[in-house]
Design a binder for this molecule. Structure first.
Ligand code: BV8
Length: 269
């Protein structure tokens, strides 16, 4: 049943109670949480110029080697979209959880930085940050970040060159067929294995190794709660699958947590 009726449903109230009682909450997010900020998800057909490309064919080192300008221009287009985007109520609801619970960590697959912008403090961007760039050769060590605002180049020619070694500069994101940053992934595994509640928001659960984290949490006896308009492979391990847009559902969860807190406060009084 869709939860967008406006009043928190029974499942939202039950899920909110489980979250309110958590001591180690992990929130795992995907592209769906940024959709209501105007950023298309990977599942969405890309629009206009990019409609004929499959993101999974563009977000790879081989695509960049084959056509650095095409891939660089795609990220330039996405950076432009992001420049017009703001966090939505879903991002702010997750940031609000930090004021209500003892421990909240956000593991995000998104590279848009919107969790930070919304006020979340402990965010693990396991697939990197679209606003950062690095040397394709990581010539000064992994990663060799490059500040492109200090470089001069002809954008029509594609990406700038690394000032140290002359290799192409690329977005500092994790492409398909690339390993995730070791420290970030290790911490994500550790948090998923020790969480008592995992809130999974806006992910199709198709990209590894992050897609395995809800199952790791479930096998470690965490309560898994999913927020997504559609069912996903994660639905089968979710105690509650709250169907609807996260920008509508998550504020209802926060309201139910706060109502519960004031009730229990009254009870304690
Ligand atoms: C790795 C950064 C080891 C870049 C991303 C064969 C060869 C090589 C590799 C593989 C292979 N087979 C499998 C693999 C592994 C591969 C993989 O998983 N492939 C899949 C596609 C089969 N993974 C990797 O390559 C990873 N590295 O495994 O290293 C290795 C090394 C060498 C060789 C083999 C293995 C690296 C993966 C990271 C790729 N980088 N992003 C960029 O963004 O440009 S992934 C990118 O796509 C996103 O970060 C995200 O992770 C993923 C998209 O997933 P979602 O976030 O879930 O978004 P999606 O669009 O799918 O779904 C949106 C959801 O939101 C939907 O469910 C929808 O219903 C919901 N929704 C919609 N509206 C709303 C909503 N929800 C809430 N509210 C709404 N309003």
């Amino acid at each position: 049943m869709s939860e967008v009726s406006g009043t928190p449903s029974q499942s939202i109230r039950e899920a909110a109670l489980a979250i309110r009682r958590s001591h180690r909450l992990v929130v795992l997010t995907g592209a769906g949480i940024s959709k209501e900020s105007g950023i298309p998800t990977f599942r969405d057909a890309l629009d206009g110029l990019w409609a004929r490309y499959d993101p999974q064919q563009l977000a790879t080192p081989s695509a960049f080697r084959r056509n650095p300008k095409l891939v660089w221009d795609w990220y330039h287009y996405r950076r432009g979209l992001l420049a017009q985007s703001q966090p939505n109520p879903g991002h702010y609801a997750i940031a609000e959880l930090e004021n209500l619970l003892p421990q909240v960590v956000v593991i995000t697959q998104n590279i848009d930085g919107l969790h930070h912008k919304a006020g979340s403090h402990d965010v693990i961007p396991v697939h990197g940050d679209i606003q950062l760039n690095k040397c394709f050769a990581d010539c000064q060590g992994d990663p060799t970040f490059i500040d492109i605002t200090r470089l001069e180049w002809d954008p029509e020619s594609g990406p700038p060159r690394c000032p140290h070694c002359g290799a192409y500069v690329r977005p500092a994101v994790v492409w398909f067929e690339e390993m995730l940053p070791h420290a970030a992934l290790e911490r994500a595994y550790e948090l998923s294995a020790t969480a008592d509640v995992m809130l999974v928001v806006g992910t199709s659960g198709t990209v590894q190794p992050v897609a395995s984290l809800p199952f790791l949490a479930y096998q470690s006896h965490a309560i898994v709660i999913e927020v997504n308009p559609e069912p996903t492979p994660i639905t089968m391990v979710a105690r509650w699958s709250l169907s609807g847009p996260s920008g509508v559902i998550l504020p209802q969860v926060i309201a139910a947590i706060k109502a519960g807190l004031s009730d229990s406060g009254a009870a304690d009084a």
